[in-house]
Design a protein around this ligand. Sequence first.
Ligand code: 5GP
Ligand code: MG
Length: 181
Amino acid sequence: MTVHDDIERVLYAEDQIKTGIDRVAAEVSRAYAGRDFTVVSVLKGSCVFASDLIRRIPNRLELAFLAASSYGAGTESGELRIDFVPTGSEIEGRDLLLVDDILDTGRTLAKLKVELRARGARDVRTCVFLDKPSRRSVEMEADFKCFEVENLFVVGYGLDYAGRYRNLPYVGALRRELYTT
Ligand code: 5GP
Ligand code: MG
């Protein structure tokens, strides 16, 4: 048994992901042309996306990590807890590109944007690998995004279910019997 056996269908295959990241990387490169910025990858989910993305952006940039987790291991996002933030000098006066795996209700990125501004960031923009617009509960749109997904729980390419499946090289839907009780 491998993680592949638990996937019901593939939503975005490796070659589609590559094409999507090429497009977003070009958009980000243009938007930040001529100015330094810092990519802030929200752990753990965005580490796969962020590492592929930065290697396609030729601009001068720095990389920082922020760890946030929502309580509970289920398929619904709960209360957000910030576990780790970049140091003051990595944030103060800098232009930040906050990178996350998926924009769902919007609560995570909305809260993180406020937090980073409060810590002195000059500008905070957002870039997400996936966007689930049907689930939004707060006003929040990403400045850059790769793909939209329907209202469905997805895993792979960094996204987990109870800690697993981050290592899938594609985005897929889990077999339903694995997460419904
Ligand atoms: P938001 O605060 O926008 O509701 O939640 C964003 C977070 O919820 C994501 O960073 C991710 O951890 C989690 N999440 C939302 N939808 C999904 C999904 O379909 N699959 C997985 N694996 N995580 C999701
Ligand atoms: Mg997350």
